[in-house]
Design a binder for this molecule. Sequence first.
Ligand SMILES: Cc1cc2nc3c(=O)[nH]c(=O)nc-3n(C[C@H](O)[C@H](O)[C@H](O)COP(=O)(O)OP(=O)(O)OC[C@H]3O[C@@H](n4cnc5c(N)ncnc54)[C@H](O)[C@@H]3O)c2cc1C
Ligand SMILES: NC(=O)c1ccc[n+]([C@@H]2O[C@H](COP(=O)([O-])OP(=O)(O)OC[C@H]3O[C@@H](n4cnc5c(N)ncnc54)[C@H](O)[C@@H]3O)[C@@H](O)[C@H]2O)c1
Length: 449
Amino acid sequence: MPDEVDVVVIGMGPGGEDVASRLATAGLSVVGIESRLVGGECPYFACIPTKMMVRAADALGEARRVSELAGSAEVAPDWGPVATRIRDEATTGWDDTIAAERFESTGGRLVRGTGRISAPGEVSVNGRTLRARRAIVLNPGTEPAVPPIEGLAQTPYWTNRDAVSVQKAPGSLIVLGGGPVGLEFAQVFARFGSRVTVVEAQPHLLPAAEPEAAEVITERLQAERLTVLAGANVERVSHDGTFRVSAGGTELAADQLLVATGRRTDLATLGVGEIGLDEQARTIEVDDRMRAARGVWAIGDVTGKGAFTHNSVYQARIAAADILGEPGPVADYRAMPSVTFTDPEVAAVGYTAAQAAEAGLRTRTATTRLQDSARGFIHKTGNEGLIKLVADADHDVLVGATVVGPGAGEILGALAVAVHAEVPVDLLGQMIFAYPTFHRAIESALAEL
Ligand SMILES: Cc1cc2nc3c(=O)[nH]c(=O)nc-3n(C[C@H](O)[C@H](O)[C@H](O)COP(=O)(O)OP(=O)(O)OC[C@H]3O[C@@H](n4cnc5c(N)ncnc54)[C@H](O)[C@@H]3O)c2cc1C
Ligand SMILES: NC(=O)c1ccc[n+]([C@@H]2O[C@H](COP(=O)([O-])OP(=O)(O)OC[C@H]3O[C@@H](n4cnc5c(N)ncnc54)[C@H](O)[C@@H]3O)[C@@H](O)[C@H]2O)c1
């Protein structure tokens, strides 16, 4: 006989854990199935450990700026404290006991194993069948995507999951992929002394960002002596103790190779064909309440609405309300923020100019350089950056913004409010922006607009 419960959650990433806990707290019988670690990629292999690395690397970066501002500072990087912090403070040795207990304390039941939809309303795990009376929630996340480059599969390359647990920075490193994952790791290891080359297939780094943002970050990386090969096709990889990469006619060699070329999903293994969904698709289509099929909800990276922890948890809240039959706002992604934690940070909300044009909007854009602001002048070294605004010309509201600079992720907050609340551009322009802050450059960009 199948085991009957109200809800089965497959995948306990940030959103899965959140939705499972909310529903269990509300009194439903909930089983959460997890094949690796409760909490998912973010706390063990992604956001948290990488941001601890970034924090440490930024401290080194700032110390190296002392000579331009305040005398001299001797910088002797040591990966030891970073590795210890990630092991002890971030991941407790990649052990999820605390997270598992946190979920079980809500009344939910954790099953360790790989869940698969075996029939409508049914999930199989460890040879048993669970029948979900009310809902199945899918939160499987993603895996690192490894491109089919000749020789690559036979080499001991790293993905993000290896790079967060290293005991020392490599002497030299090739990073395949100049997206957020590739660039955060590249700059971190370079600041700890690795000789780093970034190979990006597209013509510029961070292809999804505003081109001006990519320009700033490319110049900064080059100033920090990283080599950037953009528009480079990787033909071949081999390993004989040293990694050898043929890319765009250049032969590269390094101690380590990090593959950061995006993420993939595996919907066939999840059994979505059993509920009439396309198993070959990359993402699961959801409506604005996260419904994917009758009795099935999907949340997180797999929905293709933004591969961020804040999106996964946002969607979890909406799915939980819908499953509980509670009224509430539906999903609205207009003001989706993102921050790439390089130095300078690259933060964005809403549309880029290109995306707005693609969406058929008539736009006005304006860009101001942070170096030209009073705060930029004062800050001096490390002040590179910009604020770019994208306004809907017909409705006079911001539909997107990009901030590059020190603390760009924090500056973005004000612009995210503007996009979210559709604050009229005129009204924004009437605000008083504190002097001399970086966010005051928003006023200059608005004036330009
Ligand atoms: C290096 C790196 C850095 C990042 N930094 C940031 C950042 O700074 N900020 C940010 O917002 N985002 C960041 N992200 C993205 C972020 O990690 C994800 O968006 C986030 O983890 C949310 O993913 P998710 O909820 O879809 O699921 P995931 O976190 O991927 O978790 C899904 C879970 O489901 C489990 N699972 C999958 N299939 C099954 C199955 N069939 N049965 C049982 N269990 C299953 C997996 O084991 C996994 O634990 C980063 C990503 C990477 C790779
Ligand atoms: N701070 C954050 O919020 C944060 C940090 C890291 C990752 N993430 C999320 O995780 C997801 C994955 O990030 P990512 O950087 O791995 O993926 P991505 O898809 O954003 O970037 C991958 C890059 O690799 C390049 N590429 C693909 N194949 C290549 C090849 N064969 N050779 C060279 N370059 C190649 C792509 O052109 C792209 O620029 C993103 O959607 C991102 O939103 C978020």
